[in-house]
Design a protein around this ligand. Sequence first.
Ligand SMILES: [Zn+2]
Length: 205
Amino acid sequence: MKTLFDKHTNKSATVLNTIAHMPTHSLPVLLDSDFTLGLTDSDFMRIAVLLAQKSYDEGGCPIGAVIIDNKTRKIVGKGHNTLIQEDHPYNHGETSAMRDAGRIDFSRTSLFTSLSPCDVCATLLYMRGVSRVVVGDVTNASGNEALLRDKGIQVDILEDQQGISLYSNFRQEKPDQDIEDWQGVSALSNHNSSLKSDSLESDQA
Ligand SMILES: [Zn+2]
């Protein structure tokens, strides 16, 4: 069967966005192997950022991830943060993509994430033996790259400027949602009460 995207297809934003939105198990209908082999690391990072954008458009946290097979470069899992969409306290871009990939051998895969991994995701990445992690934003958050390298994972930084501005706008727009996603609701109440006491102190000053 002829696929829609082949080696002649231009890797435009629309084409990459279609890949981001299409369910992973349906991708073979859309992409042939020549097209897939022509996708660069930056293209996979663009897809991760387009998934972050999808989450943002749904009112959620803009973080997305894509997992590829190292040999065939086929996408085997992808997803985005669902804190808001699923009322889910810890489903991040990375965990979402890993759940989509299912019970596979992650040592044959690379994971592209639009934002530097949190402690939970970093732990899962080395416990499941992902061979390579590519990080699209170490400007808005960073810290676990050294830990992942210590655990024997190849870590590459490939910053995506659109992803960086998307996340920094989100953080300014919805600071509470950002804190809740990283540290939970308890951190949010501590943060808000410390803000309140700061403003009381400055009122008294
Ligand atoms: Zn995480």
